[in-house]
Write a protein that binds this ligand. Structure first.
Ligand SMILES: [Zn+2]
Ligand SMILES: [Zn+2]
Length: 344
């Protein structure tokens, strides 16, 4: 907040005549994305260049507020004191579970989701009820495919929600997908995963895709016979890198430059899905939130691209700072090491 005030002050009084040294931090005109370690759930904090924020999912409940605490630590790092939008992709515990503890700890503006729970299971009904209770009194928006969110400086395109999805291609997308021919048919999924809210977030030329836990049947509806999504710079590997998601026809057609897996030490990042992402044409690097204990060394990236190498970890994040020309830098929160991916 202080940085924003200084920036506003400089803009009003000095910007026409003087460069305002000190106010322009390297991230002040950048999109920031924190992949927060919630031990195999999802929690992704997006802070737009204007300082507005979107949190996609909240991790797990319990553990004495561990995941809400990690989200608040990332918010603090990002220089924000409230979260403007919290988007819940679907009502599985590893995504929606952290909401009650989060609203106890930090101010949240608007909750965004796909509408009522659509999964016929006791645990999901329980978690949805806890969510409804926790968001009472907050602004609440139910989104549909094709909608956006009004966040200044970036565009948030809703691609899927409640089992529906966009049916016409995004601008520049829609070409025939050569990988569809060899893709096996996908099973019908009537769990909440298939109802995930998926979003593409763009900042100028930079494109980041997060499909929540969307499973193969819906992935293929977006990817085949024509790829409705186009290509992306940064891909949050769907469903923590599980085999129920990550059809080759989608992951390869996306042509991600960099992929991040939000796996836990013993959740997600299955060897088969890991290999599909790893072999994706044009991939420059794959990063993981955790070393996958149940995979072998050959199905884990090198330690320098893993945020948490020990099962009993400190909950380190991976952070991306992106520029509007499509260049972005990834920082390993454990080591502080950075790698920049220049726009080609
Ligand atoms: Zn999940
Ligand atoms: Zn799920």
């Amino acid at each position: 907040m202080r940085r924003m005030l200084i920036a506003a002050f400089c803009l009003s009084f000095f910007s026409l005549v003087l460069p305002c040294s000190g106010a322009q931090t390297p991230t002040s005109k950048s999109l920031q994305i924190y992949f927060i370690d919630v031990e195999g759930g999802q929690s992704t904090l997006v802070v737009s260049p204007s300082g507005e924020s979107l949190l996609i999912d909240t991790g797990w409940p319990g553990s004495e507020g561990r995941d809400a605490d990690r989200i608040m630590a990332a918010a603090h790092q990002a220089g924000i004191t409230q979260i403007d939008y919290v988007l819940i992709t679907h009502y599985h515990r590893d995504h929606v579970g952290g909401v009650p503890q989060l609203v106890d700890g930090i101010k949240v503006g608007t909750f965004v989701d796909h509408g009522p729970n659509l999964e016929d299971s006791a645990v999901t009904r329980t978690d949805y009820a806890a969510y409804e209770k926790a968001i009472a009194g907050h602004a609440h928006v139910v989104v549909k495919p094709g909608w956006g969110l009004p966040i200044k400086g970036i565009e948030v395109h809703v691609l899927s929600a409640a089992g529906d999805h966009i049916t016409s291609p995004l601008p520049g997308a829609g070409t025939a997908n050569l990988y569809c021919g060899s893709e096996p048919a996908a099973a019908v999924d009537d769990s909440e995963n298939a109802r995930s809210v998926g979003v593409l977030i763009t900042y100028g030329k930079f494109r980041f895709l997060d499909l929540g836990d969307l499973t193969k049947q819906k992935e293929l509806e977006l990817a085949c016979p024509n790829n409705l999504l186009g290509t992306v710079d940064l891909f949050l590997v769907t469903h923590h890198g599980a085999d129920l998601s990550n059809s080759k026809a989608l992951d390869w057609a996306l042509h991600p430059r960099v992929a991040v897996i939000d796996n836990g030490p013993r959740k997600g990042s299955s060897p088969a899905a890991w290999q599909i992402v790893h072999d994706s044409p044009g991939l420059e690097d794959l990063w993981q939130l955790h070393y996958a204990e149940e995979s072998d060394k050959a199905h884990n990236v090198a330690d320098e691209r893993i945020a948490n190498v020990k099962e009993n970890c400190e909950g380190k994040y991976l952070k991306v700072v992106a520029q509007s020309d499509g260049t972005f830098t990834l920082t390993n929160g454990r080591t502080g090491e950075q790698k920049t991916y220049s726009k080609k």
